[in-house]
Design a protein around this ligand. Structure first.
Ligand code: ADP
Ligand code: MG
Length: 370
């Protein structure tokens, strides 16, 4: 990949940077700017080289134009972070008339063509600039127009954070012995394949969250009303290796709304499994402690609710204590930040789905264009 550092003396040139400013906004304020912070060095570098910078991002999953998903509050926050004026542009076709040196375009997903993979939109965006930079690692597993088709029409470079992500994650694609993966969360269908792939490369794969429910079901244990990916029982059973571990005890919510810790074998028809139990936590912690490096994605339970936090938070602390650690995923990073543990991790990826895809395949479609 060509680095943005290969670009210099950009006075009079316009650089379009695809960033990922899909951050957490609450009551019109950015409450978690991790992904914005990650893109700042690239933006600052380009500006120091004299470039006029146009930033393109998506935010949320709008179905067409919807002010709830406007990037306006994010433009305000960026202006504060950079201590400079950021022009916010709703109609990107007007950008060519603007003299502003730093511009953020409105949510690119307001244009339906962004996710449809449109050459026409790619050309329209390419017309706005002389150079393209991808600083949106977290979107680079998708074939969206602004990451996959746009680089066909402009000289294209990789942003500094994106390069760092790839550098770091490539060391995990073929991990050394002594590696352990902890996987959980709710997006079961996107992660099941990775369980199988990682089990071949890592000493252990430890399961929690919805993934663990699929595991328990595959070994014929009852899961009651728990979150599960339906129709996967046989597939999971076939893939189960001896180094894939699920919880032997769980925390459930009963139909009466009571929180009960019990062996996984004792889950009732009306129970919902919302966390891994204390014995499982201890077993996982022992394995993590002995590992040389640990990769973590996906909460162990419904950690947003008080009675079901232990699994996720104990694992978050155990992984933080590991000699080398990698974490990624929206809610995973939220859990780490809730405990203020981010600085204890070796690397926290800006990507969830993109990180998992990279770990699985060792490359991403949009990266091949750089
Ligand atoms: P990430 O964003 O870190 O990749 P996911 O998006 O896959 O993780 O899943 C995160 C969500 O999974 C969290 O909001 C959490 O509450 C939920 N979750 C974890 N375990 C369970 C469970 N047993 N039942 C229901 N939801 C769960
Ligand atoms: Mg998530």
């Amino acid at each position: 990949m060509k680095s943005v550092k290969q670009l210099s003396k950009l006075k009079g040139k316009t650089v379009l940077v695809r960033v990922d400013f899909n951050v957490t906004v609450s009551a019109g304020k950015v409450v978690d700017d991790f992904k914005m912070q990650a893109a700042l060095p690239t933006i600052q570098y380009l500006r120091r080289q004299g470039a006029r910078v146009i930033l393109v991002s998506h935010f949320g999953r709008p179905l067409g134009k919807d002010n709830k998903f406007s990037l306006r509050p994010i433009a305000r926050h960026l202006s504060q972070l950079l201590q400079t004026k950021v022009e916010f542009t709703v109609d990107y076709k007007k950008v060519s008339d603007s003299k502003a040196q730093l511009i953020l375009l409105e949510n690119i997903r307001f244009d339906k063509r962004e996710q449809a993979g449109s050459k026409a939109l790619a050309k329209e965006l390419a017309d706005l600039a002389d150079v393209y930079v991808n600083e949106a690692f977290a979107v680079s597993h998708r074939k969206d127009t602004s990451v996959y088709y746009l680089p066909n029409y402009l000289p294209s470079y990789a942003g500094l954070r994106l390069l760092q992500e790839v550098h770091e994650l490539s060391t995990w694609h073929k991990p050394s012995p002594g590696s352990v993966a902890v996987l959980g969360g709710a997006k079961i269908s996107t992660k099941l394949k990775l369980v199988k792939v990682l089990a071949k490369k890592m000493d252990y794969v430890l399961l929690g969250g919805g993934l663990a429910n699929n595991y328990l079901q595959a070994i014929d244990l009852p899961i009651g009303q728990s979150l599960v990916e339906p129709g996967m029982k046989t597939a999971v059973r076939k893939d189960l290796g001896a180094n894939i571990l699920g919880p032997i005890d769980v925390v459930v919510q009963t139909d009466k709304g009571k929180r009960v810790i019990k062996p996984a074998a004792d889950v009732q028809k009306t129970d919902k499994i919302y966390d891994i139990g204390p014995i499982s936590i201890d077993i996982y912690k022992d394995i993590i402690k002995q590992a040389k490096q640990v990769l973590w994605n996906g909460p162990m339970g419904l950690f947003e609710i008080k009675g079901f936090q232990s699994g996720t938070y104990e694992i978050a602390m155990a992984v933080a204590n590991s000699k080398r650690s990698l974490a990624g995923g929206g809610e995973t990073v939220t859990a780490i930040n809730n405990l203020q543990l981010a600085s204890y991790y070796t690397f926290i990826s800006t990507g969830g789905g993109a990180m998992l895809k990279y770990l699985e395949v060792g490359s991403l479609p949009a990266l091949a264009k750089l």
